[in-house]
Design a protein around this ligand. Structure first.
Ligand SMILES: Cc1cc2nc3c(=O)[nH]c(=O)nc-3n(C[C@H](O)[C@H](O)[C@H](O)COP(=O)(O)OP(=O)(O)OC[C@H]3O[C@@H](n4cnc5c(N)ncnc54)[C@H](O)[C@@H]3O)c2cc1C
Length: 505
């Protein structure tokens, strides 16, 4: 999976080696930046520091773009006209877009530090979280640790058996065979006969039927492993690979108080630079500069114009492809070629944190084969006695389109219905919910740019090339699409090349 993701550039090295240095005097050159997401604001922040005059036009009335958190009292109107009023209690939020920052995304972590955005751990893998299939084990969920323990155990047992039966003689030397057997025993919790069997050894991996106690309490009862065939047929094993993916390995972070804290911090830094509520409707360049025509994004009204010697456009390609822009054929073809993934998130507020209180699930993710796909537990405020917000659904592809086709109230109701098959407490404890279907978000119309190998070979370089006085930046113009790191890296690369041009001219 990782190799496939790398090929499509979904995963990869960050390439950030330290703060950008733009030396030399740009002599008051002006840069018009379109979009106040992380790519646009990073460009503005660094270019202003280097002596440029910068201005940003932004559709929304807030900074951050997809870097966004929804809190109680917020309203959000999607394409098609549905307006949702978020009714979460104070301090509770949903990150409808980005929610995790891998430790090797050095550029975004650098800006969190520079901007004073406090970070806390994000829990990706939780052994106590649940794996659920409607088609296996009578629809009853299993703990992640049970599935992982049994899967590793059976694989180790089979490999040990093949090794002992001499079936790997051609592939493994005699010396390595012994090492492999020792490794399988340890990794898979096998007994002295290289078998994965009910007992203390396996219960220390998959959990006990009844846990060890103190004093004269009864001895702990070992738990019964699932039958290997049932486990294989269940498909639950597919979820245990998630935490092995580069971006989902420890340590992962999240901003305290919501992912949107990063956008807010950039926005504060760029006070006075951003024209909010400005919907760009046309971009025209000539040999001296670039003019963007814009209207008020809520009321429309008379078109206005902004101009710069140069333009960095970070408007998502899904939107930009619909805006008249006089760039060359190759760049225009690239803008038009990028497909945007569908995705949906649903946040649910409950009267109490039953997943912690009843099931000892503190953070992490449960997976299901139902259309809601997963349940994300908050990685913060553990043991607090008040309410809590779960990520009740997060999916892509056909399920996301199906979800997006429902009115928001129905999406929430469906999510509660699916979740109740995993946590029956949902029925009693649910209070309120909110959903964001990314294809219906007016300013991105999709979750993130989706590159295939073929598209990248044909269009990527043209998308990122300087076209006259225009450069594009944003996650879609990076080798790390669908990550904030990609947005920042693309921005840094664009301003580096812009600065070279300015210095050379
Ligand atoms: C569901 C989801 C989950 C994600 N998970 C993660 C994650 O866990 N971690 C992570 O790091 N990343 C994640 N991402 C990806 C991350 O959100 C993006 O890569 C990043 O925020 C993109 O930044 P950007 O500046 O390129 O684009 P944006 O943030 O989209 O900024 C573009 C800006 O352009 C503005 N704009 C659009 N049209 C116009 C117009 N006509 N006129 C003026 N302005 C306009 C928009 O309002 C927006 O502010 C996720 C994204 C989604 C949707």
């Amino acid at each position: 999976m990782y190799r496939a993701m790398t090929a499509m550039a979904f995963a990869g090295e960050s390439g950030f080696t330290g703060p950008i240095q733009l030396s030399g005097d740009p002599k008051g050159a002006t840069v018009l930046i379109l979009g106040a997401g992380l790519a646009g604001m990073c460009a503005a922040y660094e270019l202003r520091k280097a002596g440029y005059k910068v201005q940003i036009l932004e559709y929304n009335d807030r900074p951050g773009g997809r870097n966004w958190s929804l809190y109680g009292g917020d309203t959000y109107t999607e394409m098609g006209g549905f307006t949702q009023k978020v009714e979460f209690d104070k301090g509770l939020y949903l990150n409808p877009g980005p929610w995790r920052l891998p430790y090797h995304h050095r550029a975004i972590l650098h800006y969190c530090k520079v901007l004073g955005v406090a970070l806390e751990p994000f829990i990706q893998v939780n052994a106590a979280a649940l794996l659920h299939s409607t088609k296996a084990f009578d629809g009853k969920p299993k703990a992640f640790r049970e599935v992982q323990g049994d899967f590793n155990g059976y694989v180790a047992e089979l490999l040990a058996k093949s090794t002992q039966q001499g079936r790997l003689d051609e592939a493994v030397t005699q010396e390595d065979k012994e090492l492999l057997l020792a490794a399988m025993r340890e990794w898979g919790a096998l007994d002295k006969n290289y078998q994965y069997k009910k007992g203390a050894l396996t219960s220390e991996r998959r959990g006990w039927q009844s846990d060890p106690g103190g004093g004269l309490s009864p001895a702990p009862t070992p738990s019964e492993p699932m039958a290997m065939s049932d486990l294989l047929k269940s498909g639950l094993w597919s979820a245990i690979a998630a935490g092995m993916i580069y971006e989902f390995q420890d340590t992962i972070f999240q901003p305290k108080g919501g992912m949107g804290m990063i956008g807010k911090a950039f926005g504060r830094e760029l006070d006075g630079v951003i024209q909010y509520g400005a919907k760009v409707t046309e971009i025209r360049q000539d040999d001296r500069g670039v003019t963007a025509t814009w209207i008020d994004s809520k009321t429309g009204g008379a078109p206005r114009q902004a101009r710069g010697d140069w333009c960095i456009c970070t408007i998502p390609a899904s939107i930009l492809s619909q805006i008249p822009i006089n760039v060359g054929g190759p760049m225009k073809a690239a803008i038009d070629a990028i497909y945007y993934d569908a995705s949906i998130k649903v946040g649910l507020q409950f009267k109490r944190r039953f997943w912690e209180q009843d099931e000892a699930i503190y953070g992490g993710i449960s997976y299901t084969d139902q259309p809601n796909s997963l349940i994300g537990y908050p990685s913060t405020d553990f043991f607090s006695s008040g309410k809590g917000v779960l990520l009740g659904a997060y999916n892509f592809g056909p399920s996301a389109f199906e979800y997006a086709a429902m009115p928001p109230a129905e999406r929430v109701a469906k999510t509660v219905e699916y979740g109740a098959n995993i946590h029956p407490q949902y029925r009693e404890e649910f209070e309120t919910g909110v959903s964001v279907a990314w294809h219906r978000v007016p300013w991105t119309m999709g979750c993130a740019g989706h590159w295939t190998e073929e598209l990248r070979a044909e269009h990527y370089d043209n998308l990122c090339a300087v076209d006259g006085r225009i450069l594009l930046a944003g996650e879609h113009a990076s080798r790390l699409p669908a990550w904030q790191e990609g947005a920042i890296l693309s921005s840094l690369d664009a301003i580096r090349r812009l600065h070279q041009r300015v210095m050379a001219s």
